[in-house]
Design a protein around this ligand. Structure first.
Ligand code: XLS
Ligand code: NI
Ligand code: NI
Length: 437
């Protein structure tokens, strides 16, 4: 195939002082730090739906970025998009991609035709993967766009819709397995409600679990060895999404016996929509053994929706990479840029600048997170803060050997708690800054 983006060069690492906008300043893919290449620490992925499909349309206007790639029918466009994405992966030194079924191949007139189209395009993608060594971070099914899903997929009141969604997800998992995907994501799409006046919440939640169970078990049967992820989001498109946040999803998975086979895909912008920090969601997943993968983006403090901006906030990328390192790094997961350039940034150069900005912000975040760990002051402070659990009554509490009577006797004898020491938040914030700058 011809080169689609002759105006875009191979993006190289030129170091932090370069003024070349088509270069990395912090991301040096093959540089080894803390025992691993940067590319293996960060495991960047391009999101097919944003990078190859989204043209900038919003509720007030049509697309601004022509992504038709010179094709004049939708299947020809699908073929070209596949080739064009691999050109971008190569030029950006991104090793992974993620897709929804309907991103790679447009929906046909019936499920059978949609499936045939998926077969054709996934053959092309498989060939390109073989030629380039690029990998699939995860696949997923778009069960929210088509009007049939207007009341949800697994949570639709209409059993025919449940059946259709199950069949669509079955095929999406098959394609994921065919492409050697490391993961499969379930984002709730329209699994939620607009009003409880028309909603049987109990049945909807049970059915959502049934859909996860029947499709995930099928994946294992056909040899899917990767991770299943749920991607929490509190609202949008529905007023209340059932997969509200990490805590809600972990509770749901436990309640339905699904926790063994599911981890979480944490998206930065979804965390803030839920009223949490990105780091909170990552930490909550990690301490519950459910940390899996990340949708790397950011929201806007002044806007209450999923703006899906490319991440450029280095505080957030640093605290994110601290959590990733504490989790032992990514296994099957990675950093998927579920992000798009703004509507006014309407050229392929802008798409590339956006990826460079996100990759450099995370590369810098990784470097800073390693410096914070190496410095050791913050970790040492936290360890010391809890040191009362290392001996005496504290040790008995964490070992589970302290009885309630013993705790009462201890408290009566103590009189009053005399040793509550300062949490030193401002000191720690200053240490954090002093390491970064
Ligand atoms: C939407 C979600 C979606 C998932 C994949 O808000 O972020 O893009 O990542 O279905
Ligand atoms: Ni996402
Ligand atoms: Ni999102």
């Amino acid at each position: 195939m011809k080169e689609f983006f002759p105006e875009i060069p191979h993006i190289k690492y030129e170091g932090k002082d370069t003024k070349n906008p088509m270069a990395f300043r912090f991301y040096d893919p093959d540089e080894v730090i803390a025992g691993k290449k940067m590319r293996d620490h960060l495991k960047f992925a391009v999101a097919y739906w944003h990078t190859m499909c989204a043209g900038g349309s919003d509720m007030f206007g049509v697309g601004t970025h022509d992504k038709s790639l010179g094709a004049d029918d939708e299947m020809e466009l699908a073929r070209r998009k596949a080739h064009a994405m691999f050109e971008l992966l190569d030029k950006l030194s991104v090793d992974y991609f993620c897709f929804h079924d309907r991103d790679i191949a447009p929906e046909g007139r019936c499920l059978a035709e949609s499936n045939e189209r998926l077969d054709e395009i996934s053959d092309i993608i498989a060939g390109l993967m073989k030629d380039t060594g690029k990998k699939l971070l995860w696949g997923t099914a778009n069960c929210f766009n088509n009007p049939r899903y207007m009341h949800g997929a697994g949570t639709s009141p209409n059993a025919d819709v449940f059946a259709y969604a199950a069949a669509q997800i079955k095929k999406a998992i098959e394609v994921t397995v065919k492409l050697g995907g490391n993961g499969y994501v379930y984002w709730g799409g329209r699994e939620g409600y607009e009003t409880l006046l028309n909603t049987d919440m109990g049945l909807e939640l049970e059915n959502m679990a049934r859909l996860l169970k029947i499709t995930s078990e099928y994946g294992r049967k056909i040899g899917f060895k990767g991770d299943y992820y749920i991607e929490p989001k509190p609202k949008e498109p529905t007023k209340h999404q059932y997969d509200f946040d990490a805590a809600t999803v972990i509770g749901f998975l436990n309640a339905h016996g699904l926790s063994k086979d599911f981890k979480l895909n944490i998206e930065a912008n979804h965390a803030t929509l839920a009223g949490h920090t990105f780091q909170h969601e990552l930490a909550f997943a990690r301490v519950n053994g459910a940390f899996g993968s990340i949708d790397a983006n950011m929201g806007d403090m002044l806007l209450g929706w999923d703006t899906d901006q490319f991440p450029t906030n280095v505080y957030d990328t640093t605290t994110c990479m601290l959590e990733v390192l504490k989790a032992g790094g990514f296994t099957n997961g990675g950093l998927n840029f579920d992000a798009k350039a703004r509507r006014g940034s309407n050229t392929w150069e802008d798409t590339v600048y956006a990826h460079i900005a996100g990759m450099d912000a995370f590369a810098l975040g990784l470097r800073m997170a390693l410096k914070i760990i190496e410095d050791g002051r913050i970790d040492a402070f936290v360890a010391n803060r809890y040191s009362s659990y290392n001996e005496g009554i504290g040790k008995k509490i964490v070992d589970g050997t302290a009885t309630i009577e013993e705790l009462e006797a201890y408290a009566l004898n103590m009189g009053e708690v005399m040793t509550n020491t300062s949490g030193r938040q401002e000191y720690l914030e200053n240490v954090f800054n002093s390491i970064l700058f």
